[in-house]
Design a protein around this ligand. Structure first.
Ligand code: B1M
Length: 221
């Protein structure tokens, strides 16, 4: 199998929810020298989008989404060490920042957020992960407790992404907004949305999130 075929195998096997086949494809991809980052952000993420589309069309149901998430997490466990090594090599920072991170209230999608966490940690930052379904009050409590440099929020639903604005509004009310750099992400969000709600930055994926946080770390010196 060549690189394109292996990449296609991983994508197809995940769409078909065949976990063993995905892991087999991952091993083959690694042997061919494909990076863990490219596997996760490439065919694995593309397959998740395809699965989302099948769900929208009524071909897949929640059970399939859950299964896909489990397979994705298995692959993340397999690739954890490599992902960390790669992120460290690509983006090690000399200035370590403290980051409070979470998926916003009403939203339990955590795969993308966890990927962002793993890569930020590997790049040398300290991440306090508040998990999923995080309310503005919980974010504020964590910010008061840990005094972080950065707040990272993730949302995967068009309904929950609006809650990010609510968090920023509450931070302003509490006089905490100016003390913290806010980065947001997640499939339905965009640069324009980030600007509209008053966040400082938007990242398309985990690599970009690390690049933006590192740039901020340098500027903050
Ligand atoms: Co749900 N889901 N889901 N889901 N799910 C989506 C998001 C959806 C787009 C599927 C679809 O219909 N096409 C759709 C949302 C539609 C919309 O809002 N417009 C949807 C829906 C409708 C739902 C439910 C409402 C279904 C229901 O119950 N009727 C429900 C909501 C539950 C809730 O949160 N309250 C639901 C539930 C679930 C599961 C729990 C079953 C499961 C999640 C399991 C888990 O996360 N542990 C699930 C899944 C798996 C998906 C899809 C298929 C895959 C998401 C994923 O993990 N992608 C998803 C389809 C899709 O995204 N196209 C879908 C892979 C991951 C690596 O990508 O998370 O985008 P992503 O993260 C990327 C970037 O976005 C970015 O970097 C990451 C890595 O590159 N990023 C950041 C993310 N956060 C960032 C933060 C940053 C920076 C970058 O800075 C802080």
């Amino acid at each position: 199998m060549d690189r394109d075929e292996v990449v296609e195998k991983i994508r197809e096997c995940l769409v078909e929810l065949d976990g063993d086949c995905v892991l087999e494809g991952v091993e083959e991809a690694l042997k061919l020298g494909i990076s863990a980052t490219d596997i996760v952000l490439g065919p694995m993420s593309e397959a998740m989008n395809e699965i989302g589309r099948l769900y929208e069309e009524g071909e897949y149901f929640i059970a399939e989404l859950i299964e896909a998430a489990e397979i994705f997490k298995d692959v993340m466990r397999r690739l954890d060490k490599l992902l960390k090594e790669e992120a460290k090599k690509a983006a090690s920072t000399k200035r370590r920042l403290k980051i409070v991170l979470g998926t916003v209230k009403g939203d339990v999608h955590d795969i993308g957020k966890t990927l962002v966490k793993v890569m930020l940690q590997a790049a040398g930052h300290e991440v306090i992960d508040l998990g999923v379904d995080v309310s503005a009050e919980k974010f504020i409590e964590a910010i008061r407790k840990h005094n972080p440099d950065v707040l990272g929020m993730s949302a995967l639903l068009t309904t929950t992404m609006r809650y990010m604005e609510e968090v920023i509004k509450k931070l302003r009310e509490e006089g905490l907004r100016e003390k913290i750099f806010i980065i947001i992400g997640g499939a339905p969000t965009s640069k324009e949305f980030a600007e509209k709600i008053g966040a400082d930055a938007w990242a398309k994926n985990a690599i970009e999130a690390v690049r933006i946080v590192n740039k901020y770390a340098e500027e903050k010196r």
